[in-house]
Design a protein around this ligand. Structure first.
Ligand SMILES: Cc1ncc(C[n+]2csc(CCOP(=O)(O)OP(=O)(O)O)c2C)c(N)n1
Ligand SMILES: [Mg+2]
Length: 325
């Protein structure tokens, strides 16, 4: 894996603030869930903040994203309004999906989020459809990023999508967030060869990989993948290696891994690592970083206050937004 270049202060600030915001959003959603204020389940990506934030920062505003069930970071990174996201988590009328989707279905076409998906791998064919539109309309400089996990990399739909994208030369970035677990099952129990970069080989697809806990590495790798795809050379598989220190979902008892393993990764948390790097390189002072944390905390506090004040969905709108009109 390549060494990263140091970036401009402004970009580092954006990446750091977004990671802190995603983290605070998820810690707060966890707390709200504990208060009984969130319906359904929820998948948090604590420890994986660099993947969603770094990847989406390398995209342009006009690019599309197909997110996963663990997609808060992907959505916030792409610019979805945090107030509307929090309102969606709390099932309010003014949420991104008018309170009908919840955490797993955040959708915001204005910001290129064509939807998060609770069905593993189902976003692959949708990504191909969006990329085919780009290709047929000859839209320059636009790509589709399709996120999926290591577990989902075994789904037939993902392989059909990768094959189709390769054979039709579609501008899709298949972003594989490898946290080495599918629910409670470690990767090495479901695949014989755990080198997921090889998933690109049968499709003759370019593949790049990076340390998914290093936000600059993620950013620079996806940037390289994007340049390749928009130059008309076809799709790219990007494998980002990371770890979720939070449980799989709200019903996770963490029985399948040791406290020591979780602790090892907590110490490699992407926010802590980036903070250390920025201080070591003298790009930021402790005080500046603390200010960024305060800014993220305040944004999320405001989002919670906003969401709680919003109306519940009305039964009158029950059937609205179900079918295209
Ligand atoms: C088609 C399908 N099969 C099974 C599930 C149940 N399920 C939800 S998340 C998950 C694990 C997914 O693992 P991975 O793709 O690695 O993503 P991660 O949860 O690690 O982010 C499973 C099996 C599902 N949602 N969809
Ligand atoms: Mg996984």
């Amino acid at each position: 894996m390549k060494k990263t270049r140091t970036c401009h202060k402004e970009l580092c600030k954006t990446l750091m603030l977004r990671m802190m915001t995603v983290n605070k959003f998820e810690e707060t959603a966890f707390w709200l869930f504990g208060q009984g204020l969130v319906h359904g389940t929820m998948h948090l990506g604590i420890g994986e903040e660099a993947t969603g934030v770094g990847s989406t920062a390398a995209l342009k505003e006009r690019d599309y994203v197909l997110a996963t069930h663990r997609g808060h970071g992907q959505a916030i990174g792409k610019g979805v309004d945090i107030n509307a996201m929090m309102a969606e988590i709390l099932a309010r009328e003014t949420g991104t999906n008018h309170g009908k989707g919840g955490s797993m279905h955040i959708c915001d076409c204005d910001h290129g989020i064509l939807g998060a998906n609770g069905i593993l791998g189902a976003n692959g064919p949708i990504a191909c459809g969006a990329a085919l539109t780009i290709q047929m309309k000859r839209i320059p400089d636009q790509v589709v990023a399709c996120f999926f996990g290591d577990g989902s990399s075994n789904e037939g739909a993902i392989h059909e999508a990768m094959n189709l994208a390769a054979v039709w030369n579609l501008p899709v970035l298949f972003i594989l967030v490898n946290n080495t677990y599918g629910m409670s099952t470690p990767l090495n129990r479901v695949v014989h060869d755990t080198d997921l970069t090889k998933r690109s080989v049968p499709y003759g697809m370019k593949c790049l990989e990076c340390d998914g806990n290093d936000v600059l590495a993620v950013y620079q790798t996806v940037q390289e993948a994007r340049e390749y795809a928009v130059s008309g050379q076809g799709p790219v598989l990007v494998v980002e290696h990371t770890y979720r220190t939070s449980g799989h979902s709200k019903s996770d008892g963490n029985q399948y891994r040791t406290k020591e393993e979780i602790q090892y990764w907590k110490e490699r948390n992407p926010i802590i690592q980036f903070r250390k790097r920025l201080l070591e390189e003298g790009l930021f002072s402790q005080e500046e970083l603390d200010d960024l944390q305060r800014e993220a905390d305040a944004m999320i506090d405001l989002a919670v206050a906003y969401a709680k004040a919003q109306p519940q969905p009305s039964a009158v709108n029950l059937e609205a937004d179900v079918y295209a009109e």
